[in-house]
Design a protein around this ligand. Structure first.
Ligand SMILES: [Zn+2]
Length: 364
């Protein structure tokens, strides 16, 4: 049973919509309703991924559009929009009216609550083909910093993905191996992001999956100490929880000290597998709010941190509300219409196109 402890206000700030928008007759508009009803969710947040899914080099701005429609259909849904790229690799000089700061303005005008970036994940990084600290991104980061826009960024991946042990055909097929194929190293990505933060020290940015530093808490604490608006989410990566569990006292001290920097997310995805989503929400929530010992990731037992009430509240909802907003922003229909007109030529999936037409009739 999910959330069987003292009921608290929770926001799952890291959900996705896959490129397929139907699931057993349930359409994407109400895709997360069943999930929201399972727990004390004040809200959920969809991180749109228009620039690449599951390591494939596909582009699909429909993901932003669907997330915007979801916001219109459900007042408990926040959404972070993503940047899209007309070419892979992207020649920055050919972006034209899709320069990233222009896209950012368009998304904020539509009423997105922040920006999601997957561009720091090694496979998408390679497709996009531009350094994160390069000029192509710089105006966008500058604007986001100036306006206090929250960015959720996936940067790096578990270190195992760079080891020979993971270079099996199975993992390579899943996009879980960076041993060969000209991928940046984990440290290379960290150093580019450090350059971005040096240049934009007030950037409000949350790194997904604990910034893949669950086994380097001192290092992460040092980044937190230097950049006041940097945070992480506890969206699994099971490997994170195995690291936390190695020294529970140390992990608990870290979570307590930096509770204002940490947010809860699960990576649940529509079309949904309710059992998996409940399991993920249950494990992350219990980890923060109880000292239960339970079967967690990789079938290993772990013991929850049972943080103090204030720290729990910070992680479960307050940080999100403070950094992103007390309620989801409203969708500006005219701005969304303009976005659809401008970007629909990049959408290849017939079903996505017809659904967008259907929802346009419904909402406009
Ligand atoms: Zn994710």
């Amino acid at each position: 049973m999910i959330f069987n402890n003292e009921v608290k206000e929770v926001i799952d700030m890291h959900l996705h919509i896959d490129g397929c928008y139907e699931d057993d007759g349930a359409d994407v508009l109400n895709g997360f309703d069943e999930y929201i009803e399972k727990g004390p969710f004040r809200a959920v947040c969809i991180a749109a991924l228009p620039s690449g899914k599951k390591g494939k080099a596909n582009r699909d701005p429909s993901n932003n559009i669907m997330a915007a429609f979801c916001k219109m259909a459900n007042p408990k849904v926040y959404a972070f929009g993503g940047l899209t790229y007309p070419d892979y690799p992207q020649d920055p000089d050919k972006l034209g009216d899709m320069e990233l700061d222009i896209q950012y303005k368009e998304l904020m005008e539509i009423g997105f609550d922040g920006i999601k970036m997957l561009e720091g994940k090694p496979n998408l990084y390679k497709y996009v083909g531009n350094r994160l600290d390069s000029d192509m991104f710089d105006k966008f980061f500058a604007e986001a910093e100036k306006n206090g826009t929250h960015i959720l960024m996936h940067a790096c991946d578990p270190i195992q993905f760079w080891t020979e042990e993971y270079a099996t055909p199975e993992y390579i097929a899943k996009g879980w191996s960076y041993v060969s194929g000209d991928y940046p190293t984990k440290e290379e990505l960290y150093s580019q992001i450090e350059n971005v933060l040096k240049k934009h020290p007030k950037l409000i940015i949350t790194f997904a999956h604990f910034y893949f530093m669950a086994d380097e808490l001192e290092r992460l604490g040092d980044i937190f100490d230097r950049y006041e608006n940097v945070g992480v989410d506890i969206t699994p990566g099971g490997e994170m929880y195995l690291s936390f569990n190695e020294d529970r006292d140390k992990s608990r001290a870290f979570f307590s000290k930096y509770s204002e920097r940490i947010m809860l997310g699960t990576d649940g995805c529509f079309p949904k597998c309710m059992r998996a989503m409940e399991w993920l929400a249950d494990r992350t929530y219990r980890y923060i709010t109880t000292d239960d010992t339970f079967k967690g990731f990789d079938d290993k037992y772990q013991t929850g941190l049972l943080l103090e009430k204030t720290a729990q509240e910070n992680i479960l909802s307050k940080n999100f509300l403070r950094k992103v907003g007390e309620s989801p922003r409203e969708i500006n229909k005219e701005a969304l219409k303009r976005y659809i007109e401008k970007y629909k030529h990049l959408i290849k999936d017939e079903k996505a196109i017809s659904l967008i037409e259907e929802y346009s009739k419904k909402f406009f």
